[in-house]
Design a protein around this ligand. Structure first.
Ligand code: ADP
Ligand code: MG
Length: 671
């Protein structure tokens, strides 16, 4: 069958299963083929009972000691049991809760393989094991919707694989397969789901990730070739820099100067600016971003500044007010409503507002600009090609500046921002001292609070960041902002504020304001303060359950303090951190280089997770997530060069990249 056929045309997939699969975003056979398992169970080797560890997923070859029994413990709970032993005489009990049919028709003396989770809490058990006549090998585990059991999904995928195999077209040119040692597409897909070995799985993932990255690269390139700045849009640069710098309360650093010079150069060119400024947290990106806005406004056309949260949009609005005055500024976020919104829309449409500051609300349907010439996206490390294009659609090839505080290795940057030129800001403003970073065990919590309260008495402010908003039953070990807030307030040692994402916008604004003006000493918050928030008087940050956060994220959070010349602290509270968790956190104590930290993060978690995040809003490249290391990325990049330069002929790949681009453009058009 053709992989492009609807799933439901496959014999064995009825309308009901089709509907559930549809809910999971799977419509074509092809969707199913590329639906990567979220995990695997290695049932390729039988384990002796004596070696089984609690919690382990294992396959055991057993002989039944008696016929299965079934006990009704109480209404609604029945337990099926089967006693069995392995070759060495190791005995084990198999239990099925409320699944009387699962124990099947095993007879005493019969030999079979049982696969499931080991429970050693009392005796030794396998809970809800699946029984097979022989070892089933390595099995996929899929993320599923309700109503579709794992076993059925496996069977469905197998059906689809077998049906499509004969018509699968491998578009990878021989030259590339040979050069980069890529396995065939059919082998890759089969082994993605039902790996013959872990090695085969590795090969499969590499091949699929490689192909997606290669296509992505080719697609990005075709995006890049398009934009030319309209002739009418001229920037007036003479004397601009000096005039702008005289508005700033500080002297720009060398890195800031360099980035500003890069921007000036772009704005003189024929092509529209397409620049990414990557700078560590606290390096002063806002001043650089504002310079671009300043140049646009000075030259007589509109500019927009996009922030990831309302909090940040408002902060920028206030900061820009100090530079530009209120008259030509306009703030538009999701909570701008009614008359205010109507006024903002009108000001933007007729050109009265020169500089718009806002969230994604700025780029929704219904917002029209008079002559949008430049867009700045601040703190947009998850800002993909879709979002960039949606913004660009609001003007005639507007100049584009993206600011990111997540330094990433060059190969990754090229991958995701391959259509952008890069400025790197590798210098902090003078006088900054490293934030003193410490791991704090639970039994030192009281000392920590007393330390913070002493400092509050001296008007030194602090953040306390929690992973949750409300206490959660299923995540009992995690601290929530509301509970920490109540507890700290009850101590009466300092003035406590609360800020989290579930509060109303006005409440958030009031809380941020109170902290900024100093009427609150300790701000208990969630990661809403992760990026961009700038309150230079805050000199300490406490992070609850620090082991739950990624290193780069912790580095971002830490960047909320140490923004002035005062000594600052970052305290990482660790719940029940295992040895390896605190090892990981120690990296933060020893370096403040965001780039080094990001690299460490990548090495620890693999680029897959990272790539997943960066694909935000970008469908059709799911296999990129399968990358296990950065090597594939380098190779895919090199391969893209070969294809583009014509050294390798790959008409099908180019055609598919073009098709992906069209799909993306459609996606952008409907958004
Ligand atoms: P980020 O790069 O994290 O966005 P910000 O633009 O928020 O950094 O700047 C961090 C802090 O440093 C702000 O309080 C800002 O006013 C200050 N700052 C920026 N540039 C300089 C400079 N050249 N000299 C002194 N302070 C600066
Ligand atoms: Mg910033």
């Amino acid at each position: 069958m053709n992989p492009k056929d609807q799933l439901t045309t496959l014999k064995g997939i009825g309308p009901r299963r089709g509907e559930i699969l549809g809910r999971m975003g799977l419509f074509l056979l092809e969707d199913l083929l590329f639906y990567a398992p979220r995990d695997y169970r290695d049932y390729s080797v039988a384990k002796p009972v004596s070696t089984l560890a609690h919690g382990q997923e294992a396959a055991v070859r057993l002989t039944a000691l008696a016929a299965p029994g079934l006990a009704r413990i109480r209404r609604g709970l029945s337990v099926g049991t089967l006693r069995a032993e392995d070759e060495a005489g190791g005995r084990i009990l198999l239990c099925w809760y409320n699944q009387p049919y699962r124990q099947g028709t095993v007879r005493a003396g019969e030999t079979f393989v049982a696969c499931g989770r080991v429970d050693r809490s009392r005796g030794i058990k396998l809970t809800n094991p699946a029984l097979y006549p022989e070892l089933p090998g390595i099995l996929p585990v899929y993320a599923l919707s309700k109503g579709l059991p794992q076993a059925q999904m496996r069977q469905t995928v197998k059906l689809a694989l077998c049906a499509c195999m004969p018509e699968l077209r491998d578009g990878m040119p021989e030259a590339l397969s040979a050069r980069y040692r890529l396995c065939e597409l059919g082998f890759a897909l089969y082994n993605l789901h039902f790996p013959q070995s872990l090695d085969a799985l590795q090969k499969a993932r590499r091949r699929l990730a490689f192909e997606d990255m290669l296509l992505f690269r080719l697609m990005m390139h075709s995006f890049r070739e398009q934009k030319v700045r309209p002739r009418g849009r001229r920037y007036i640069l003479g004397g601009a820099r000096a005039a702008y710098e005289s508005l700033l309360p500080f002297v720009p650093t060398g890195a800031q100067q360099k980035a500003m010079a890069d921007i000036e150069r772009d704005l003189c060119g024929r092509r529209a600016m397409n620049r990414l400024v990557m700078g560590d947290v606290g390096s002063g990106k806002t001043a650089v971003a504002a310079y671009a806005l300043y140049l646009a406004a000075r030259s007589g056309f509109q500019a927009a500044m996009l922030a990831p949260t309302e909090l940040l949009a408002r902060q920028h609005y206030d900061a820009l007010k100090a530079i530009f005055g209120e008259k030509e500024l306009c703030l538009l976020t999701g909570s701008t409503r009614g008359a205010q919104r109507r006024q903002a829309l009108e000001d933007l449409a007729c050109g009265r507002a020169k500089i718009a500051v806002g969230t994604h609300a700025l780029f929704q349907a219904g917002v029209e600009f008079f002559d949008l010439g430049l867009v700045v996206a601040d703190e947009q490390h998850r800002f993909g090609v879709v979002q960039r294009a949606a913004m660009a659609a609001k003007g005639a090839a507007p100049d584009l500046l993206v600011m990111s505080a997540t330094p990433i290795p060059r190969t990754l940057a090229l991958m995701f921002y391959g259509d952008l030129d890069l400025s790197q800001m590798d210098e902090l403003p003078p006088g900054r001292r490293p934030v003193i970073t410490k791991l704090v065990p639970e039994n030192k919590r009281e000392d920590l609070y007393r330390f913070l309260e002493d400092r509050a008495a001296k008007k030194e402010q602090a953040y306390v960041v929690c992973p949750l908003v409300e206490p959660s039953e299923s995540l009992e070990e995690l601290k929530s902002a509301t509970e920490v807030f109540k507890m700290l307030r009850a101590r009466r040692g300092a003035k406590i504020g609360l800020l989290h994402g579930q509060m109303k916008e006005e409440e958030k604004r009031a809380a941020a304001e109170a902290f900024r003006e100093g009427s609150v000493d300790l701000l208990v918050a969630t990661t809403v303060v992760e990026v961009g928030v700038d309150v230079p008087n805050a000199t300490a940050i406490v992070i609850e359950n620090a082991e739950r956060f990624g290193l780069s994220q912790l580095h971002q959070l830490r960047g909320r303090v140490g923004r002035g010349e005062k000594e600052s602290y970052c305290f990482l509270l660790t719940g029940e951190a295992s040895g390896s968790a605190s090892e990981r956190l120690k990296i933060l104590c020893s370096t403040r280089d965001g780039f080094a930290i990001a690299k460490e993060d990548l090495a620890l978690r693999g680029p897959g997770e990272f790539l997943g995040k960066h694909q935000h809003g970008l469908t059709g490249f799911a296999a990129m997530k399968l990358a296990m290391d950065l090597g594939v990325l380098d190779e895919a990049q090199a391969a893209a060069e070969l294809v583009r330069s014509g050294a390798v002929s790959a008409p099908e790949l180019l055609w598919r990249a073009e098709e992906k681009r069209r799909m993306l453009e459609e996606e952008i058009a409907v958004n």
